[in-house]
Write a protein that binds this ligand. Structure first.
Ligand code: MG
Ligand code: MG
Length: 263
């Protein structure tokens, strides 16, 4: 039985501030990412922005689930067929035509934020552009379901429907999550499933919704060499978008954004 921790309006304001730091950094990266930039440069910018704002990178030192080495970066940087949890590197430079997913977490005034976006590098294929747009819009569709009286599975159902009706697939192995004074709280928020199942949503619930979408098969495998990087098994492209949303009396509130869903 999962335990949902409701957040007060004051706690939600702090989480809004935390997520603002991340979303401003993601927006800044939109203007900076170009061929030749290394994934370590992305990581260093993320760490500087988080620390300058008074936060602490939440992923740095995150323990490996099987006693491997802790995550070394501030950002997860996942290139092309990498789905999530790619490790920043001085030795990996972005190339024209790549797509790069950047996921970052912050601890700020005792609360967490978690947010991700996938960027085009230079000029990308029509298929890759469509993958990015569909993944982003599947997140919007999921956020729309984060309403009082709905169930958690209504979110994943909306994500899956949007993705599959556009010919892409959702990853099953990784899911969204509750967030608050912990980075990962109940409930789990899968990006698939039947509607009307699982926990009922109420004001004060805050969720990190994070569709991971592939252009081919949804099967993923975690790198045996670094223990972190998850890739599509068939080598197809993958995109990942994430935001934190609070269920409020006035509907879904995307934390860290001032204009709701229109980002
Ligand atoms: Mg994340
Ligand atoms: Mg997350």
């Amino acid at each position: 039985m999962s335990r949902l921790v409701l957040k007060s309006p004051a706690e939600i304001e702090i989480m809004h501030e935390a997520n603002s730091i991340l979303r401003n950094t993601l927006a800044e990266l939109r203007g900076l990412i170009r061929p030749g930039m290394t994934t370590m440069e992305i990581d260093q910018l993320a760490e500087k922005r988080i620390r300058d704002a008074g936060g602490v990178p939440a992923f740095k030192g995150y323990p490996h689930r099987n006693d491997g080495h802790d995550f070394p970066g501030t950002a997860c940087v996942s290139l092309n067929e990498e789905v999530v949890h790619g490790i920043p590197s001085d030795g990996v430079a972005l190339k024209d035509g790549d797509i790069i997913s950047v996921d970052m977490g912050i601890r700020y005034k005792g609360y967490y934020g978690d947010s991700a976006e996938t960027y085009p590098v230079g000029t990308i294929s029509d298929e890759a552009q469509r993958l990015l747009r569909v993944t982003r819009n599947s997140l919007v569709a999921g956020v729309e379901q984060a309403r009082e009286g709905n169930r958690v599975s209504d979110i994943g159902h909306a994500v899956q429907q949007h993705v599959e009706s556009n010919g892409f697939a959702v990853v099953r192995e990784f899911v969204g999550h509750g967030i608050g004074a912990n980075l990962h709280e109940d409930p789990q928020v899968p990006n698939f499933g039947e509607p009307g199942r699982r926990e009922r949503l109420a004001p004060g619930i805050v969720l990190a919704i994070e569709p991971m979408v592939t252009a081919g098969s949804p099967e993923v495998a975690v790198s045996a060499s670094d223990g972190w990087t998850a890739r599509t098994r068939d080598g197809s492209l993958s995109a990942h978008y994430e935001c934190c949303v609070a269920v409020t009396d006035d509907g879904p509130r995307v934390l860290g954004e001032t204009d709701g869903l229109h980002w």
